[in-house]
Design a protein around this ligand. Sequence first.
Ligand SMILES: *[C@@H]1O[C@H](CO)[C@@H](O)[C@H](O)[C@H]1NC(C)=O
Ligand SMILES: *[C@@H]1O[C@H](CO)[C@@H](O)[C@H](O)[C@H]1NC(C)=O
Ligand SMILES: *[C@@H]1O[C@H](CO)[C@@H](O)[C@H](O)[C@H]1NC(C)=O
Ligand SMILES: *[C@@H]1O[C@H](CO)[C@@H](O)[C@H](O)[C@H]1NC(C)=O
Ligand SMILES: *[C@@H]1O[C@H](CO)[C@@H](O)[C@H](O)[C@H]1NC(C)=O
Ligand SMILES: *[C@@H]1O[C@H](CO)[C@@H](O)[C@H](O)[C@H]1NC(C)=O
Ligand SMILES: *[C@@H]1O[C@H](CO)[C@@H](O)[C@H](O)[C@H]1NC(C)=O
Ligand SMILES: *[C@@H]1O[C@H](CO)[C@@H](O)[C@H](O)[C@H]1NC(C)=O
Length: 387
Amino acid sequence: MLVTAVATALLAQTALAWPHRPTGPQPWGYFTNNTIWQPPGNLTVSYPRYVELADGSILATTALSGVTPGYFPVFESKDGGASWAYVSNLTDQVNGWGMNAQPALEVLSTPLGGYPAGTILGSGNSWSENGTRIDLYASTDVARTWHFVSHIANGTAPNTTNGAHPIWEPRLLEYDGQLIAYYSDQRDPAHGQKLSHQVSTDLHNWGPVVNDVALSPYEARPGMTNIQYVPPINKWILVHETPIGNSSSYGSNYPVHYVMADTPLEFGLNPDIPLVVNNATAPNASPYIAWSPIGGEYGTILVSDADRTQVFTNQCGGDPNEWQLHATPAGAVYSRAIEIFKHRPDHLAIYGGNTYDQSAAGIQEPFSITVVNLNHVLASPAGVIPA
Ligand SMILES: *[C@@H]1O[C@H](CO)[C@@H](O)[C@H](O)[C@H]1NC(C)=O
Ligand SMILES: *[C@@H]1O[C@H](CO)[C@@H](O)[C@H](O)[C@H]1NC(C)=O
Ligand SMILES: *[C@@H]1O[C@H](CO)[C@@H](O)[C@H](O)[C@H]1NC(C)=O
Ligand SMILES: *[C@@H]1O[C@H](CO)[C@@H](O)[C@H](O)[C@H]1NC(C)=O
Ligand SMILES: *[C@@H]1O[C@H](CO)[C@@H](O)[C@H](O)[C@H]1NC(C)=O
Ligand SMILES: *[C@@H]1O[C@H](CO)[C@@H](O)[C@H](O)[C@H]1NC(C)=O
Ligand SMILES: *[C@@H]1O[C@H](CO)[C@@H](O)[C@H](O)[C@H]1NC(C)=O
Ligand SMILES: *[C@@H]1O[C@H](CO)[C@@H](O)[C@H](O)[C@H]1NC(C)=O
């Protein structure tokens, strides 16, 4: 009761000080399903992406289905996801095909290729009946305007059948004065699909295609690269999905595997490890990875999949026997991005939108964000949603 009285008094003061925000998500607070954007018409939202800038502000975008040509609407939050403003559309400016799926965002922490620190980089899959193309765009005004920088890679038209040669799912990473562009690659006749990267030291010229994950048998289709650095072990981790024909692993048809490496350029030299909890539960499809210093000596590695409301966690530096599953209050989303705020490592942000099946069924979840206390998540078992 005392707590309630104090809270009421605080609320009254807050209402006086900020009359336009008496209730609802508070700046840098915790909240569930806070709408960033309600898509108009029959548009659907999935595959959210974000980048956190040096000042803690967030730029977030998402793929849209149901609009031609496609584009990625970009939103900004300066208060930990409590309030959002629309800032721009990242559009295809060179192919005439649209930005149809699979957005990627990155920010330069140091100057590169004539672009200053703070430049926002964007990419995605621009496709048509004539091909798939991954291009690089830049914004020097915090995502208000975008311009084409360079063409990174291309493939044939979208087609997930083995034997076709498209490319998919770019992930941009600034590393050691270079930009790395990772993507899923069906162009190698030796692999139904593999994971590749190319490196640029000037944002214009791109080096050779390097394998990150290329598996046997041919039917294996490692896909959807996502990357995180884990400081206490000084390792980089690449997570990916791994469908192999119709086979299933621990009940997952798109089981998630990971690779650990000393640098993000050397994944191809290291073993591919299935992510499994208690020899029984495996994440399924479109993984995303984050890390927080909270959770002990090694902090906590967090992995999200396509099907679950929970997150997979590892507090033992990626030890394959130490994965756990913990509940969150957020919904499942296709390629669900998760984020640990750099200056608030107990804030786990989970971006919301449609699952793959919801998009196919025309259901419209809003583009949303949930922010939950990571300490509460780690204390809750898989079946109990943390307060
Ligand atoms: C979405 O709405 C547009 C415009 O009304 C329409 O042309 C299109 O067929 C709709 N798409 C679906 C999948 O219903
Ligand atoms: C973004 O794209 C949508 C859909 O085409 C359009 O309605 C909106 O005006 C665009 N915004 C800007 C700033 O171009
Ligand atoms: C695909 O290429 C053909 C032949 O050049 C052209 O006629 C058609 O307009 C192209 N389609 C798109 C979507 O660019
Ligand atoms: C990639 O683009 C180049 C140059 O436009 C073209 O010659 C090549 O056929 C394209 N490759 C694929 C796989 O579409
Ligand atoms: C997709 O690729 C497969 C394998 O190359 C090919 O047989 C099939 O015709 C392609 N589908 C379309 C719609 O082009
Ligand atoms: C996978 O299952 C589908 C549907 O049951 C079947 O048509 C297809 O041939 C199977 N593919 C393989 C590689 O076994
Ligand atoms: C994992 O489970 C399988 C099937 O239940 C069992 O055969 C195997 O021994 C287990 N492995 C470990 C390391 O517990
Ligand atoms: C948040 O959204 C998810 C997905 O729609 C839903 O399952 C969940 O019940 C929502 N939680 C709350 C507290 O509204």
